[in-house]
Design a binder for this molecule. Structure first.
Ligand code: MIC
Ligand code: SF4
Length: 640
């Protein structure tokens, strides 16, 4: 039996465990990626490991999330990141160079390599056949130190593409169709691997849009083969020598296969407040909109902005609409400036924003009260835009642009024939905002620069054998890390200051949580299905840990958040019988003898006199990690 593409790359990188689906494996990571919002913490943790230099082939630190610099905090973080990069042999992409995933795709990602990134959209690099996985900062820190990344060997879902996309239908509609079928948890435990004759009609940016947003299905990662189109893309980046051909064997056995006929797709939209709430555009035609935002790591490529320019040329943004564009990289800004596309976009009335994450992570551009905001982004979680009651819809750049003109959801297919957008033969890249690593003897002398907002990491104690406390909060299904640890212009600058950021834990859901947790000396969190979906931000585990959260008990977890809880020594437990969720309420007093976490786990609801059976699927390494109080303690114990 032949191998899938993912299996081939895993075989090349596996360092522990059996090549069997579901078994615990460790894989070597060739490349790492961090961004500023998760990076400061990842590097504080890397520093705590006491190593002298990263051990990867390439580690890149991007500054793209928090570039507002509304006070000294961001600038201090950037300066810290730059000094860390110099000290430890890391490549730095400075603010202004672009969004981490787009720049990674353009400048660094390589077919057949493994990449781990402290950002859930790291799979964007799967657009050039890199096996790219999002994780918490601590896992990235361990990989930078040469440690293997531990995960359960994922199943492989083959996504068989045939046909060709119709005019005005693009990569975004493909991934929205996948999300329509899988919703926000159907991809859990899988790698989505694309194959079939349809892939040859998809450019690398279209592929990267698809692998980027595959994250929203809960998948471990998504990947496309490396073919002639990949070669052309790398060539246009001056990196043709890094191209290799890579694809699944003809007789590869996928664990399951999804069929998509590209020719039959139509424009799609994800409705508030979930990327999985997908409907066809038809259902929304005519609905008035207040804001249109083009950009984010999903749809900010050259191709995407050229489509917008094509639609906007000679047209005007509707007077009731506020429209923005944030390009993905500086190369793209330069190219659309030189070829006049930017003049068409700005001339039509779009507001030009920085080539950074910007409104996607709530850094400005919060919509008006009750607004309908149409965005080409990948997430529309409640409140993420900065306006709690805004209704955010996720669409392709094609729909966004045409809708901006009409002032209401409008179908770009009305425009008529579309002019093909060719990928540039040569991208206008220049790496002058990239700071390359220093040689080891010089690096050793670099001083790390820390501002007053960069606080040392808290120390965590080993797990106590008996956990007692109150249920501090009970939440429902699909709780995102944006609910647990919101971002946005006010909170993002606190990412290097755990005591300060912990004051905002669950602030969207119940803003009394932090104070109650501290007063009661911690307690329990109860949740439903797919708890912790979305962002990789480890602060959603670290800050609750700081507030004393003793265990999180839910129906099921999202992959990255589960791993982050383990990394900070919080046992991620699930109900043996999901209906027991109904038997625990906020305020209940719980007692749980965890012992060494290996025996039967029965939690006592003390005030009700009832008992509930809990389970976990922790590997031996994970059990040991939790017992020692988290991955830092575990790593130190391994090193000594
Ligand atoms: C996001 O899109 O939510 C982020 C901001 O990029 C996060 C990382 C973070 O919270 O810093 C992600 O997707 O992992
Ligand atoms: Fe940045 Fe948004 Fe992409 Fe996250 S999803 S990396 S915030 S552009």
């Amino acid at each position: 039996m032949g191998l899938t593409l993912s299996e081939k790359i895993i075989r090349e990188h596996i360092v522990s465990g059996d090549e069997e689906k579901g078994s615990d494996i460790g894989i070597k990571m060739d490349q790492t990626l961090t961004q500023d919002a998760t990076g400061t913490m990842a590097y504080l943790q890397f520093e705590a490991m006491g190593l002298d230099r990263v051990k990867t082939e390439l580690s890149v630190s991007f500054i793209d999330h928090n570039t507002l610099q509304s006070d000294f905090k961001n600038a201090d973080d950037h300066r810290y990141l730059q000094s860390i990069a110099r000290r430890y042999g890391i490549t730095l992409s400075k603010a202004g160079n672009g969004i981490c995933h787009q720049v990674m795709l353009e400048r660094f990602a390589r077919p057949g390599k493994t990449l781990i990134g402290s950002d859930s959209h790291t799979p964007t690099a799967g657009g050039v056949a890199s096996l790219a996985i999002g994780a918490g900062g601590l896992d990235v820190a361990v990989s930078m130190g040469g440690g293997a990344f531990g995960l359960k060997y994922p199943k492989i879902m083959g996504v068989h593409l045939k046909g060709e996309l119709p005019d005005w239908v693009s990569g975004k509609d493909v991934i929205l169709e996948v999300l329509r079928r899988l919703d926000v948890k159907g991809g859990r435990g899988f790698i989505l691997e694309y194959f079939g004759p349809g892939i040859k009609s998809l450019s690398v940016p279209d592929r990267a849009t698809i692998t980027n947003m595959g994250t929203e299905t809960g998948a471990t990662t998504s990947i496309f083969p490396s073919d002639e189109i990949t070669r052309q893309f790398l060539k246009a980046q001056g990196r043709e020598d890094q191209w290799i051909e890579l694809k699944a064997d003809d007789d590869a056995a996928y664990d399951t296969v999804m069929e998509i006929d590209l020719s039959s797709l139509e424009p799609m939209v994800a409705k508030p407040h979930s990327p999985g709430a997908v409907v066809t555009l038809k259902e929304l035609l005519g609905m008035k909109v207040d804001q249109v935002c083009v950009g984010s790591c999903t749809n900010s490529s050259y191709r995407d902005l050229m489509v917008v320019a094509q639609i906007m040329k000679g047209k005007k943004v509707h007077q009731d609409v506020s429209a923005t564009v944030s390009p993905g990289s500086r190369a793209i800004v330069k190219m659309i400036t030189k070829n006049g596309a930017l003049a068409d976009i700005v001339g039509a009335g779009f507001r030009m924003l920085e080539n950074a994450c910007g409104p996607c992570i709530g850094m400005g551009l919060a919509p008006n009260t009750g607004a309908i905001s149409v965005r080409t982004f990948n997430r529309n979680f409640e409140g993420r835009s900065g306006t709690k009651d805004a209704q955010v819809y996720l669409v392709s750049p094609e729909i966004a642009a045409y809708t901006a003109i009409k002032g209401e959801f409008a179908d770009p297919r009305e425009i008529g024939q579309m002019h093909m957008i060719d990928e540039p033969e040569v991208y206008d890249y220049d790496d002058s905002l990239i700071v390359y690593p220093l040689p080891p003897d010089e690096a050793g002398k670099v001083e790390i620069l820390r501002g007053p907002n960069i606080k040392p990491l808290p120390d965590f104690q080993p797990l106590s054998p008996e956990l007692n406390g109150e249920v501090l909060i009970k939440v429902g299904d699909n709780i995102t890390t944006d609910h647990i640890m919101p971002a946005g212009a006010k909170i993002l600058p606190l990412r290097s200051n755990v005591p300060a950021i912990s004051e905002f834990v669950f602030s969207q859901v119940d803003n009394t949580f932090p104070q109650r947790a501290l007063e009661k000396k911690g307690g329990f969190v109860i949740g439903g299905d797919n708890y912790g979906q979305g962002s990789s931000r480890e602060h959603a585990a670290l800050a609750p840990k700081y507030l004393g959260v003793k265990a999180v008990i839910v129906k099921s977890f999202a992959r990255i958040h589960r791993a982050n809880l383990i990394n900070f020594g919080i046992p991620p437990l699930t109900f043996n019988d999901p209906s027991d969720y109904d038997k625990i309420e906020k305020g209940d007093q719980l007692k749980l003898e965890v012992g060494d976490l290996k025996g039967e786990l029965i939690i006592e609801v003390v005030n009700k006199g009832s008992k509930i059976k809990l389970v976990h699927d922790l590997s031996d390494r994970e059990l040991e990690t939790i017992r020692l109080g988290g991955t830092l303690n575990y790593t130190k114990s391994q090193l000594s």
